[in-house]
Ligand binder design. Structure first.
Ligand SMILES: [Fe+2]
Ligand SMILES: [Fe+2]
Length: 334
């Protein structure tokens, strides 16, 4: 039968076919969660002497893959200072990641609370919540062992943390946009560091490897969820979400990547260096844009990009060419 001969009934069942495909993807992702998952206290040999955290270990010096690590202000510090700043920075970024994931777990509980019986989304979302709970344990354990008393995210994010999961109840599409806003920059940064292959502390390397392995699934789900749900929203809802989309992306990217005032003070980092790195200099602007190439592709694909929102993406300095496919290497994206 050719496309022109499709009977009207088959055309009516098209949305259901999309639903089936979505549910099939959820089942595949859920099975992948059963086949490959990590336990924070089983899969990391915390007490292995090779993983011992010595705050004077030179392997805490930030790698060149970290924009702060290659900045001239950092490179001009004494070796001792580079180590001190390095371990603080790693601990603080880890703390931000865990706070973000706490919000995510709380949101996933709200999201699943109202799902009907037999929903494949329930099973996948609770697998993800289980994995994220392990991530929060592994991140907190690292922070504890680092000996750094870090606060993590800036005060506004910490203040908002109990309220953000409410979006998962009322506007799950906006919530999963927020999930991507957090997961994409963390994942992108960790993958860059691992790919660069610089010498780093083996404990942190193990944590990042576990995290990257599981995040691939989480990011995959958020993309699939938005691809499936966004086209089913009303035009008005899509218009509003398209405007909110870049704002959430930029706010969370800043909360995660940019050191808070307290972190800056503790590291002894001048304000001018912080401003330049986040995001005044040309190189850092490119980094910021590249973080969201996959997300721009998603916004285009799901109808969450319109001519007004395009202006916002540009004003927020996160515009640029969308990826052609997910995880397209950034050198090819511009
Ligand atoms: Fe995670
Ligand atoms: Fe995740």
């Amino acid at each position: 039968m050719t496309a022109t001969q499709v009977p009207p009934t088959a055309q009516v069942t098209q949305p259901a076919a999309g639903q089936d495909r979505f549910h099939e993807t959820l089942r595949t992702l859920s099975e992948a969660s059963v086949d490959q998952h990590f336990d924070a206290f089983k899969d990391i040999a915390w007490d292995d002497p090779a993983y011992a955290v010595d705050p004077t270990d030179e392997r805490w010096v930030l790698p060149a893959a970290d924009p702060l690590g290659r900045h001239e202000w950092y490179r001009a510090q004494t070796r001792e200072e580079q180590v001190r700043i390095g371990i603080y920075r790693q601990a603080n970024v880890t703390k931000v990641g865990l706070q973000f994931e706490q919000v995510l777990v709380a949101g996933l509980m709200n999201f699943t609370f109202r799902l009907p019986n037999r929903s494949p989304e329930f099973r996948y979302a609770t697998h993800e919540a289980t994995e994220e709970t392990h991530h929060t344990q592994m991140f907190q354990e690292f922070v504890n062992r680092s000996g750094q008393d870090v606060a993590g995210a800036p005060p506004l994010f910490r203040f908002m943390a109990p309220f953000l999961p409410l979006f998962a109840l009322r506007v799950p599409v906006a919530f999963f946009i927020g999930v991507l806003a957090g997961e994409e920059p963390i994942d992108h940064t960790q993958k860059n560091i691992l790919r660069a292959g610089d010498e780093m502390h083996p404990l942190l390397q193990r944590i990042m490897q576990i995290h990257v392995a599981e995040e691939a699934r989480h990011i995959g789900f958020a993309h699939q969820y938005l691809e499936h749900k966004a086209p089913r929203l009303s035009g008005y809802q899509r218009f509003l979400l398209a405007l909110i989309f870049p704002v959430i992306m930029r706010w969370l990217a800043d909360a995660i990547l940019k050191p808070s005032r307290r972190a800056r003070r503790d590291m002894g980092m001048p304000r001018s260096v912080c401003r330049e790195l986040y995001w005044r200099n040309a190189e850092s602007r490119t980094v910021l844009r590249e973080l969201f190439a996959d997300v721009r592709m998603l916004a285009e694909k799901t109808g969450l990009m319109n001519r007004f929102s395009r202006v916002l993406w540009r004003l927020l300095k996160i515009d640029g060419r969308p990826s052609r496919f997910r995880s397209e290497p950034s050198s090819a994206s511009h």
